[in-house]
Design a protein around this ligand. Sequence first.
Ligand SMILES: Cc1cc2nc3c(=O)[nH]c(=O)nc-3n(C[C@H](O)[C@H](O)[C@H](O)COP(=O)(O)OP(=O)(O)OC[C@H]3O[C@@H](n4cnc5c(N)ncnc54)[C@H](O)[C@@H]3O)c2cc1C
Ligand code: FES
Length: 276
Amino acid sequence: MFQIVERKQLNEAVVMVKIHAPLIAKKVMPGQFIIFRLDEFGERVPLTVADYDREGGTITLIFQIVGNTTRQFSQLKAGDSILDLVGPLGVPTKLPEGTKSVCVIGGGVGCAIAYPQAKHLHELGIQVDTIVGFRNKDIVILEEEFRACSDNLILCTDDGSYGMHGFVTNALQEQLEQGKKYDVVIAIGPVPMMKFVCKTTEPYQIQTIVSLNPVMVDGTGMCGGCRVTVGGKIRYACVDGPDFDGHQVDFDELMRRNGTYREQESHVCNLKKGVR
Ligand SMILES: Cc1cc2nc3c(=O)[nH]c(=O)nc-3n(C[C@H](O)[C@H](O)[C@H](O)COP(=O)(O)OP(=O)(O)OC[C@H]3O[C@@H](n4cnc5c(N)ncnc54)[C@H](O)[C@@H]3O)c2cc1C
Ligand code: FES
């Protein structure tokens, strides 16, 4: 069992939990994730490790409440435990040798995944510009945390209720048109956002790393659930990723595959409710 040592509601749909998991905390690197099960009836759900404390033996997860499992997880309190946690899974983010300047872009809850990247790069002494986007002011998360590890932070809202009015792609385009040079752009968020960030950076030939979120089951390369096409080749996001060269990713296929189980996910199982 893995105990929750802290729980915080970041906005009405996003929750942060710190979990005691010393072996994972000791090894995990930015870009990696865990798969958890709440209990013996639970489905296996992947979440990125948003932060870690190697000495304290804890990892931080930040998740959006989107369906049954994340809703149940959000109802747990500090002191409660979850059944399984496996990780760290996936390949840590790799930057080209000699990278000096990176633009980290996060969209919505994708900011939870972008944050450890920005923090780690800042600690390495790399120049970090951060562009984060939210639908409106009420759902902004991690603003202070990003500010602390960014040389330049641009916060955007779709409706203009806070920060710059517009999408992260508008902010990125402005930076590039003003002559900003980045060795690498890292984009993490909804699939359409990552697709359009890649379209923005392509004419400037800036290497763009995206973190893909296909449906995962085993997380060990066995089931094929997380299959994606990158550069015309089949890749498995759980073992080959989740980071990939965004200019090579078939985003339209990923969007189609991510919709495969929408009907089943919206179904609340009365049978299961009855046996618990
Ligand atoms: C490598 C990786 C890292 C992720 N990191 C985060 C994170 O840090 N924070 C966060 O909020 N979300 C993250 N996600 C997405 C998260 O796994 C889903 O939101 C979660 O599985 C939803 O489960 P549910 O039962 O609450 O919702 P459901 O109603 O079951 O599903 C809602 C949506 O979640 C996605 N989803 C469902 N099951 C899975 C699955 N087994 N694998 C992947 N996606 C699934 C689908 O897009 C689905 O439409 C990550 C996904 C991947 C693949
Ligand atoms: S989750 Fe099964 S192969 Fe990746």
